[in-house]
Design a protein. Structure first.
Length: 266
């Protein structure tokens, strides 16, 4: 199988290298077009103005100075490779992309762009284990072991999102999405000590340098047992079928329909 790899951690990342080497050993032809540098939390951001530089660093190996979605868009539309791949895999990401993470994720954004471009795609992520290391080898092995099962499920309407826990139980389960609450703090960048900035004191014509202080794990908003958040917490590899087209809010859409009909009757 011809497989195009990308990510949002950059073309020199360990996760990408591990997945590439494992897929080559499994007999697949591997192409790479990944960001020149880390582009985490790029979501589906794309470069619409300006130029994109794609640089060859090996046979069928390229890095791109744009976003993860750019890597897919420009590699396919610019015909960097002779033909389209059979599959695009985005990852292995250094950190989870579960539940509402997928709205921010450059890893998922690249896989989504691949599907929109007409290519089958998957996104793969993992987090550190209790020993402080990422389970890249185990994540790559999971992808290879289940490739024949998951590949037919991908389409221009659906991508498969895989998340591997650092300390796994050796099993996997399908999982739903949930809302996560994030507790990252915004602090003044020039202060050594942690101090929160009162934005109400910012006057017209002044500026303030702020930075996002991460490191705080998100929490699930409700205790639902069938979510990817709960699955990975319990040691399972979570596998979720993500729809490319976001669903409408059914009850609100029904009310909008009623209002529009009332407007015409009035």
């Amino acid at each position: 199988m011809n497989i195009l790899l990308t990510n949002d951690d950059g073309y020199q990342s360990e996760g990408l290298r591990t997945l590439s080497e494992a897929l080559v050993r499994a007999g697949h032809a591997i192409w790479i077009c990944a960001p020149t540098s880390e582009r985490s939390a790029s979501s589906h951001s794309m470069t619409l103005r300006g130029e994109i530089i794609i640089t060859e660093y090996g046979k069928n190996r390229y890095h791109c100075n744009g976003t993860p979605a750019d890597c897919i868009l420009y590699a396919s539309k610019g015909k960097i490779f002779n033909t389209l791949p059979d599959l695009v895999i985005s990852g292995i990401n250094h950190g989870y992309n579960i539940s509402t993470d997928i709205l921010y994720s450059g890893t998922v954004g690249a896989a989504r762009e691949a599907a929109l471009t007409g290519m089958r795609s998957m996104a793969v992520s993992c987090t550190r284990g209790s020993d402080g290391t990422f389970p890249f080898e185990r994540s790559a092995a999971f992808v290879i072991d289940h490739l024949d099962e998951f590949y037919p499920l991908t389409s221009s309407e659906c991508i498969i999102n895989i998340n591997v826990p650092g300390d796994g139980n050796g099993q996997w389960k399908s999982a739903q999405l949930s809302y996560l609450d994030y507790h990252d703090a915004v602090e003044t960048k020039r202060e050594e000590q942690t101090r929160f900035y009162d934005t109400s004191s910012v006057r017209f014509g002044t500026s303030v340098v702020l930075a996002l202080k991460g490191g705080v794990s998100p929490v699930q908003r409700c205790n639902t047992q069938d979510t990817d958040f709960q699955a990975v917490r319990d040691g399972y590899v979570s596998v979720t079928a993500l729809s490319i087209l976001p669903p409408v809010h059914a009850s609100v859409q029904a009310r909008l329909q009623e209002l529009s009909q009332e407007a015409y009757r009035g």
